[in-house]
Design a protein around this ligand. Sequence first.
Ligand SMILES: Nc1ncnc2c1ncn2[C@@H]1O[C@H](COP(=O)(O)OP(=O)(O)OP(=O)(O)O)[C@@H](O)[C@H]1O
Ligand SMILES: [Mg+2]
Length: 247
Amino acid sequence: MGRILCVANQKGGVGKTTTAVNLAVGLAKSGCRTLLVDLDPQCNATTGLGKTPAPRHPLVVLGPLKDSLLETATPNLELLPGCRTFADVEALSISTESQSATLRQHLASGLTAYDFVLIDCPPSLGKLTRTALACATEVLMPIQCEYFAMEGLTQMIEVVRQVMETHPARLEFGGILLTMYDDSLDLTHEVDAEVRDFFGDIVFRTPIPRDVAVSEAPSHGLSVMDYAPRARGSRAYLELCMEVLEQ
Ligand SMILES: Nc1ncnc2c1ncn2[C@@H]1O[C@H](COP(=O)(O)OP(=O)(O)OP(=O)(O)O)[C@@H](O)[C@H]1O
Ligand SMILES: [Mg+2]
């Protein structure tokens, strides 16, 4: 069984999907069998790889996961697409612990064939994110270097701690990632220093710079490495891959 990284932060627009997609592509390019799971009804990870969301969510249908997997343009990378329809999102926002356990087992049983599974979560700490956390071996939290970054983290960490208590098996903090890093701003350096001071080694050495190539790539259905290999964002995501592989 490989590593299952849940990319989560209840704050919207901090770079979860961008990180899940680029890390998944980078790990697959380095030869790891990789699966990207889109658990967000916005389906940004699915469309960002140039794929179409599923009409029913593969996890709600409860058929074998492999029937729902899509090949991607990157060898070694498969995608479990997201789904936008309201009914399926409701069904996934399962209410009872036994339903949650069924979904968790179903998801977990489909993940054994991979070296890496990356789960892109919606911007909330609801059932979807909790289910993803309960299946995961690590949680990776992207944060933007801005004033409220630390406050959001505290709530997120409390939920991770609750999941760790209920499912003590194996969830660990995979790391905190500084995204949309703008070297020219004092605030960036202040938040960077504060986060590293507080969280120490679990903060990735590599920050992801704010780079227009990173934001353009999904509109071409590509990772930033395929869209603009020489861009700063590309190099940063490759360095992040190396750090994840070293862990
Ligand atoms: N390093 C970067 N440089 C420039 N733009 C970026 C960078 N990372 C992400 N973006 C852009 O910022 C926006 C938010 O990023 P993204 O969708 O990855 O965040 P998210 O946390 O998944 O959002 P949501 O909470 O809505 O799911 C997107 O338009 C994305 O293209
Ligand atoms: Mg997203």
